[in-house]
Design a protein around this ligand. Structure first.
Ligand SMILES: NC(=O)c1ccc[n+]([C@@H]2O[C@H](COP(=O)([O-])OP(=O)(O)OC[C@H]3O[C@@H](n4cnc5c(N)ncnc54)[C@H](O)[C@@H]3O)[C@@H](O)[C@H]2O)c1
Length: 327
């Protein structure tokens, strides 16, 4: 790519064809949050628009990352009603700029990258906060994110052999179970309801829709001692009492989390203990014992997107993938 006169365009298929390993992405994010701890990254809290004034939103996520000689923007939408139209819930683009000249270097499809990085962020949290000998994982909401969420927790908790999956859509649940059993060495049990999925599970991931007026269901009494929870759907699935049952709550970025509180989310969540920057730098402790219940509410931070986008761009250039567009 000739910087200043060409841009590399990477489609979903191009990014998928790179087959970047989940463990490599988790390590990249570990390293990236350490860079942030050293004050070397600017990652702004996401800016959220609600174009239809309901559960749809479009976010602008901005980050400058000198270590990767890149700055960038992820412009990403989440429309829960898309599923009925046969379209993905999440869609968007990433623009990656050269740190030196400011010129755009690459544009890439953001849906697949979001799934990879959201999985990896849960994997990174689980590496520090889940019991490494966890054996049972619950997945509620078996769509796009659920697949990479499972891949990531399996990368850091290899003893997981049983997955208890729940979805309001039976077809989605069946497809998820078949694909995951083929891809990984796990048995996927169909849970009849959320309670049956959550009770007795060491790791609980909720990946249903994010709703402006949620009706959360997970109760504190369902949470096993020593469990690790990862609600990637914000506060839509977990009741106030279940958040309160956690000994500690982590997020991926405290300033962004507090910005979202001001927007009206997370009124049911008690004071958070720390974030991924604190964890990877050792400023705040990882899991202390086998009985703590810990929840990681990762909202998704621009740093995660731009670090992974820079890696994707580098791999694609090396392999000659993608399409060059004239400026
Ligand atoms: N935190 C982050 O960084 C981050 C990043 C990407 C996506 N997300 C969130 O992850 C969630 C899932 O996204 P996706 O791309 O997988 O969407 P998707 O539409 O592919 O999957 C969602 C699944 O949830 C199911 N579902 C709906 N209501 C449910 C309920 N009450 N109980 C159980 N299942 C239910 C649907 O049938 C569907 O199978 C969304 O809330 C999205 O906003 C978060």
């Amino acid at each position: 790519m000739k910087l200043g006169s060409e841009i590399l365009y990477l489609s979903r298929d191009n990014i998928g064809a790179l087959s970047i390993g989940m463990s490599d992405v988790i390590s990249l994010l570990d390293e990236s949050f350490l860079e942030k701890a050293k004050g070397n990254v600017d990652a702004l809290p996401k800016i959220e628009l609600h174009p239809k004034r309901d559960d749809n939103f479009i976010n602008a996520m901005l980050c400058s990352f000198p270590k990767f000689k890149a700055a960038g923007l992820k412009w990403i939408s989440a429309y829960p009603g898309n599923r009925e139209k046969g379209l993905p819930y999440i869609s968007g683009l990433i623009i990656l700029n050269d740190q030196e000249t400011g010129f755009p270097m690459a544009i890439m499809e953001a849906g697949i990258l979001t799934a990879i990085r959201t999985g990896a962020v849960t994997g990174l949290s689980a590496k520090y906060l889940a019991r490494s000998n966890s054996e049972i994982a619950a997945i509620l909401g078996c769509g796009v994110q659920a697949r990479t969420q499972l891949e990531a927790v399996l990368a850091v908790c290899p003893d997981i052999k049983t997955v208890k999956a729940y979805d309001i859509n039976q077809e989605a649940l069946t497809r998820f179970a078949q694909e995951m059993e083929q891809q990984f060495k796990v048995i996927v049990e169909h849970a009849l309801n959320p309670q049956k999925a959550v009770e007795g599970s060491d790791i609980i991931i909720t990946a249903g829709p994010i709703l402006a007026n949620p009706e959360p269901v997970i109760e504190s009494s369902w949470l096993k001692e020593g469990c690790f929870g990862a609600p990637i759907d914000y506060d839509s699935y977990w009741r106030k009492s279940s958040f309160e049952a956690a000994e500690r709550i982590y997020v991926d970025d405290v300033p962004q989390f507090e910005t979202h509180r001001k927007m009206g989310y997370f009124s049911s969540v008690p004071t958070v203990y720390g974030d991924l920057t604190d964890l990877v730098s050792g400023k705040k402790s990882a899991r202390l014992n086998d009985s703590e219940r810990i929840i990681a509410i990762n909202l998704g931070l621009s740093l995660e997107d731009i670090a992974v986008a820079a890696l994707v761009c580098e791999h694609a250039e090396r392999k000659g993938l993608g399409q060059l567009l004239s400026i």
